[in-house]
Design a protein around this ligand. Structure first.
Ligand code: AMP
Ligand code: GLY
Length: 421
């Protein structure tokens, strides 16, 4: 029996709350600050997620057995440290370990020390260093803001002037070699030593169909990936996750929580595009739709250092998540528009809230990514059809979504280079 507090208030947190609610051992769920979706499973509390002392005080007052931190900002701000220092059980890495996400330069240094395959890169502080690095690696150019940027700090372009322009807007950038090949996300739950992978998923970072337009936080996702074999998952754990966790332990900053491996499958094997220190959004929405194991128990075991021997059970079939974004997103989104039709979405599709708010009883947009429609079905085609049938029922003035989430996978068009199955 346990009471859980989920910190954060986006689509990922709604998915976390929904999965926790399906675990019979979880008796109460709180969210801070949550959203109208998380409010369906338990009380919302208006707390700043990055304020460690406030989160500690709230957790004590609620008497929770587990705190799950969703977003990166509280992790980088040390909220997990504050909770553990206060003797509370927390799922999420320390600030020192969350630098794997908080600093691209730190992540590269850890990967180099651990022998983990990733794109060659240069950390640059001046325009001339940037120019030299662009010429060293050649087009397409990849320029990354060193710090947190909500998925929008990376520019991939063949336009050298645009690459230089992006670098100029950042204090410190990482310029790197372009990785060719399909991308996937593999999430690993870890207590710092033991680890268990979730199903691999793919997200869609660009705003428009056909991977056109600027990067976003993620416009949709699906899981599992029939083009990523179990052997390939094992290889990723052996070559990437296990050495990274060992390197972090060796530095005295063990990584506990969710290690997100953003991967590119190149002709030279899987390479790391990025690490994140928390569940990805919107992959989590798709993945957790398929989880059958008691989620609260798994997270508690990881948070307590007792993950050894844990395996996960998954429903057969597939899940597809389609994100509805507000007008203007990923630029400045227009907020406060009424959202209609959410209650018309019916199984196997369901709505997960992200940037929504209730204003005088009316559901309105309150963020760039407004909500996601998720569907779980026996095949990827059926899950796609159900998710799109669901999102068609929702109306939001100026709202937009991609029409090609999971389309190429459903057509069997994605191949890992060198995989001749
Ligand atoms: P990141 O925030 O590092 O995940 O980058 C966001 C997106 O930019 C990734 O999901 C990729 O689509 C793209 N990207 C980042 N690094 C590279 C790279 N070295 N080669 C190709 N694409 C990349
Ligand atoms: N899906 C990308 C992210 O969570 O950063």
């Amino acid at each position: 029996m346990s009471k859980v507090l989920v910190v954060g208030g986006g689509g990922r947190e709604d998915a976390l709350c929904r999965a926790l609610a399906a675990d019979p051992s979880v008796t109460a769920i709180f969210s801070a600050p949550g959203n109208p979706g998380t409010a369906r499973v338990g009380e919302r509390l208006p707390v700043d997620p990055t304020d460690g002392l406030a989160v500690v005080e709230l957790s004590r007052r609620l008497g929770v057995d587990l705190v799950v931190i969703g977003p990166e900002a509280p992790l980088v701000a040390g909220v997990a440290d504050a909770l553990r220092d206060a003797g509370l059980v927390c799922f999420g890495p320390s600030a020192a370990a969350a630098r794997l996400e908080g600093s691209k330069a730190f992540a590269k240094e850890v990967m180099a020390a651990a022998g983990v395959p990733t794109a060659r890169s240069r950390v640059c502080r001046t325009a001339s260093e940037v120019a030299a690095a662009l010429d060293e690696f050649g087009p397409p150019y990849v320029v990354k803001n060193d710090g947190l940027a909500a998925g929008k700090g990376v520019v991939v372009t063949r336009d050298r002037a645009a690459a230089l322009d992006h670098a100029e807007k950042c204090e410190r950038v990482v310029v790197e070699e372009f990785l060719d090949g399909p991308e996937a996300s593999l999430f690993v739950v870890t207590d710092g030593t033991n680890l268990v992978p979730l199903l691999p998923a793919q997200d869609f970072k660009r705003v428009a169909d056909g991977d056109q337009g600027p990067n976003t936080g993620g416009m949709g996702a699906y899981a599992p990936l029939d083009w990523v074999s179990k052997d390939l998952v094992c290889e990723i754990l052996e070559r990437i996750a296990i050495p990274t966790l060992a390197e972090m332990r060796g530095r005295g900053i063990p990584f506990t929580g969710l290690l997100y491996l953003g991967l590119a499958f190149t002709s030279a094997g899987p390479k790391v595009v990025e690490f994140n220190a928390r569940f990805g959004d919107p992959e989590t929405q798709a993945i957790l739709g398929l989880l059958e194991s008691p989620f609260g128990e798994v997270l508690t075991a990881a948070a307590r250092g007792e993950l050894a021997g844990t395996t996960l059970r998954w429903r057969a079939g597939a899940a597809v998540t389609v994100v509805l974004a507000a007008a203007g997103y990923p630029g400045t989104p227009r907020l406060g528009d009424p959202i209609e039709g959410v209650d018309a979405v019916s199984p196997p599709a369901y709505v997960l809230h992200a940037g929504t708010e209730l204003r005088d009883g009316v559901l309105v947009s309150a963020g760039g990514r407004v909500l996601a429609v998720n569907a779980v079905a026996d095949t990827l085609e059926a899950a796609r059809a159900a998710a799109y049938a669901g999102i068609e029922k929702i109306s939001l003035d100026g709202g937009h979504f991609r029409r090609d989430i999971a389309l190429r996978a459903a057509r069997g068009e994605i191949r890992v280079p060198g995989d001749t199955r």
